[in-house]
Design a protein around this ligand. Structure first.
Ligand code: ZN
Length: 142
C-alpha cells in the first residue's frame, strides 16, 4: 500500500474513529487496556452473538496510532466469526513482529505494516488487539 494512502487512512480513523463512545448494555463483554509507555488507555466493549462479533465500541484517551488502530480494528472485526478474529489477530501480531504474514485477511489493518521499525510505537498499535485477545479468552471460558 502506498505511504500516502496509509497515512490518510490512519489520520482519517484518528480524526473520526468508528464507534467511539461506550453504552450501558450488559450484553457486551468489557475490557480495559493501558499502555504505560504511552498515554493510551482504552475501554473496549464487544458484543458476540452466535460465535460472531456483532459490535465493538471503545472509549478512552489514546495517541494517534492507538486511536486509529482501535478504529481500524473495529472496522475489520465487526461481522467476523470468533475463528476468523483469532486468525486475523495472529496475522496482525506476526506483521508487527516483522514476520511473514497473510496481508489479505488484515484488510486496512495493514497500514501498520512498517511500524515494527518504530519499536516504541508497536505497543500503541497492539493495545486494542490485546483487548480483543482478552475478550477471546473470556469467550472460550463459557
Ligand atoms: Zn500510544
Amino acid at each position: 500500500m502506498d505511504q500516502n494512502i496509509k497515512r490518510e487512512i490512519i489520520l482519517d480513523h484518528y480524526k473520526n474513529p468508528i464507534n467511539k463512545g461506550l453504552i450501558n448494555d450488559e450484553s457486551y463483554l468489557k475490557v480495559n487496556m493501558n499502555n504505560e509507555s504511552c498515554i493510551d488507555e482504552i475501554d473496549l466493549m464487544v458484543k458476540v452473538e452466535n460465535n460472531k462479533i456483532v459490535d465493538i465500541k471503545f472509549d478512552g484517551e489514546a495517541c494517534a496510532i492507538s486511536t486509529s488502530a482501535t478504529s481500524i480494528m473495529i472496522e475489520t472485526l465487526i461481522g467476523k466469526t470468533v475463528d476468523e478474529v483469532e486468525k486475523i489477530y495472529n496475522e496482525y501480531t506476526k506483521m508487527l513482529d516483522n514476520k511473514e504474514y497473510d496481508a489479505q485477511i488484515l484488510e486496512n489493518a495493514i497500514v501498520y505494516d512498517d511500524i515494527s521499525k518504530q519499536p516504541n510505537r508497536i505497543k500503541c498499535a497492539l493495545l486494542p488487539w490485546w483487548g480483543i485477545e482478552k475478550i477471546l479468552k473470556k469467550i472460550k471460558k463459557y
